[in-house]
Design a protein around this ligand. Structure first.
Ligand code: GLC
Length: 533
């Protein structure tokens, strides 16, 4: 570790979806005391910080992404005292707490919105995005809500539409109003003052919309009935107004009042490295604009190499890259790539130059659960049929009923594979996914070259292989990944010889000649090449 580097440059973030991590009171929903009970596990795994999806007071229409009180914990999860206890107990284990802040919208139950919709004259009217109907009574423009239908809902009492990029129960705040900006700074100060080490900020680049409320243009790649209905239009006016960078700079100053605590920004999914680089904004914007490219690109070595090369080069000097392979909105890794390649993913994630985020349960290889439509909980699933429930099922701790997650009835069914796929079983199996994650995490933590070294990919001339060097002060590590199901042989003579220090397969720690390096099917290895003479 480099003691002078901030935690978010040398640490690993672990995302906890609090509803599904550990229930302590038998109501079938995970809670803060449950997370406290599992801190020893997280310390054992070796992660540095946990980002907890929203825990503030909420009617739970979008499971916490609809906040009705930014200054309290939802009773389902516990109390502020529980939260303080979590921060303290985590700190004892050198674990930091990152919360999830949802500033773009509130719940429609938030007192601000209740006042805002009370009358057109209410002082809070201008805290939200209200607009008149078109002459024919239809919504002000064609903007679409992510979770189906128009982004505008008619308020019969005050006879205007209000904007909501997500469900109608999630009205968008108006960040052109300085009072709203000040209010959100107050929220940020409250939580940073309570000891959180950083904040993941929900849809941060969508806070400002087109001033004239112009229509979004059609997306030329959209095919009716085939494409995801969320993306019928290019969201160039309904979100991502360029003024948003100025707003983020302003919010960043509030973060900086508390020292070095990062804004971890959930930006719109993109593979455009220039857009991603823009978010650092001369080191006055987000410290970690989330890189979601791995959730969009095909699992193809040439495509991945091309992207990683360009991304690594685009991140401005002093900026920290980062990688995300899964989260609470996307199908799980083991289902996307298969279990064997999920091990290669683990090695890639934990050896690249950039802060890794691990989503709970991926360290067990939990697959996407198949949830039948009558059990759908997610509003996106209920409204447009694309459910996110499959990646939100209970964490699998052991083989007791409900995988040790709850004594009650879990809010989403436990995946049936929990009898064999669980923390307890995998802890005792050196060949398990969990053991692999733990080895790779330990290796990363102990290896400055993996933490801080430069990145450079190599031409192997062999299909389906991804090979790169990490170099720090002349010390070199080579990572060689086989993304195929056949054995491959690489001739990287210039690299000389080294020693394998980690493999996705258990049985391999040996000296190797890089001029004749064999990788078995689905195998990845990390090779210590030592220092240059
Ligand atoms: C983000 C969250 C997602 C949520 C949405 C609305 O994309 O990750 O879970 O539904 O914002 O807040």
């Amino acid at each position: 570790m480099n003691p002078s580097a901030p935690w978010w440059k040398n640490g690993i973030i672990y995302q906890v979806y609090p509803r599904s991590f550990q229930d302590s009171n038998g109501d079938g929903v995970g809670d803060l005391q449950g997370i406290i009970q599992r801190l020893d596990y997280l310390a054992w795994l070796g992660i540095d910080a946990i980002w907890i999806s929203p825990i503030m007071r909420s009617p739970m229409v979008d499971f916490g992404y609809d906040v009705s009180d930014y200054y309290d914990i939802d009773p389902l999860f516990g109390t502020l005292a529980d939260f303080d206890q979590l921060v303290t107990e985590a700190a004892v284990r050198q674990i930091k707490i990152v919360i999830d802040l949802v500033p773009n919208h509130t719940s429609d139950q938030h007192p601000w919105f209740v006042e805002s919709r009370a009358s057109r004259e209410n002082p809070r009217r201008a805290w939200y995005m209200w607009a008149d109907a078109k002459p024919d009574g239809s919504p002000p423009n064609n903007w679409l809500a992510y979770f189906g239908g128009s982004a505008w809902t008619w308020d019969a009492m005050t006879e205007q539409y209000y904007l909501h990029l997500f469900t109608p129960e999630q009205p968008d705040l108006n960040y052109r109003n300085p009072l709203v900006v000040e209010a959100m700074k107050g929220v940020i100060r409250f939580w940073l003052g309570r000891g959180v080490a950083g904040i993941r900020v929900d849809v941060i680049d969508r806070l400002l919309k087109d001033l004239e409320l112009r229509d979004d243009p059609p997306d030329p790649s959209y095919v009716e009935g085939v494409s995801n209905p969320q993306f019928k239009y290019l969201r160039v006016n309904s979100e991502q107004h360029p003024d948003v960078y100025g707003l983020i700079r302003e919010l960043r100053k509030t973060f900086d009042e508390f020292g070095d605590r990062p804004i971890i920004g959930e930006i719109a999914y993109t593979t455009d490295v220039a857009k991603m680089a823009r978010c650092y904004d001369d080191m006055q914007g987000m410290q970690l604009p989330y890189n979601f490219a791995m959730l969009m690109l095909p699992w193809d070595a040439a495509v991945l190499r091309d992207f990683i090369d360009r991304y690594d080069a685009a991140v401005p000097p002093g900026g920290q890259p980062n990688y995300v392979f899964s989260n609470h909105d996307q199908p799980r890794i083991a289902t996307r790539y298969g279990e064997a390649q999920a091990r290669v993913v683990a090695m890639l994630l934990l050896t690249l130059r950039g802060t890794p985020t691990i989503y709970y349960g991926d360290e067990l290889g939990m697959p996407e659960a198949d949830i039948s439509p009558e059990l759908f909980q997610d509003p996106q699933g209920i409204n447009i049929g694309i459910t996110r429930d499959g990646c939100r099922t209970p964490m699998q701790w052991d083989m007791t009923p409900n995988a040790g997650f709850t004594n009650g009835t879990p809010w989403l069914p436990t995946s049936p594979d929990y009898l064999t796929r669980n923390v307890e079983a995998q802890t005792n199996d050196p060949a398990s996914m969990l053991a692999l994650y733990r080895r790779l995490i330990a290796l990363r933590r102990a290896t400055p070259t993996l933490l801080y070294g430069s990145y450079r990919s190599l031409d192997t001339g062999v299909a389906d292989t991804l090979v790169y060097l990490r170099v720090l002060g002349g010390v070199r590590m080579c990572v060689a990944l086989n993304l195929s199901e056949r054995m491959v042989s690489l001739a990287l003579r210039d690299l000389g010889s080294g020693r394998i220090v980690a493999s996705t397969h258990l049985d391999r720690t040996e000296p190797v000649d890089l001029g004749a390096l064999y990788l078995r099917e689905n195998e990845g290895v990390v090779i210590d090449l030592g220092a240059l003479a």
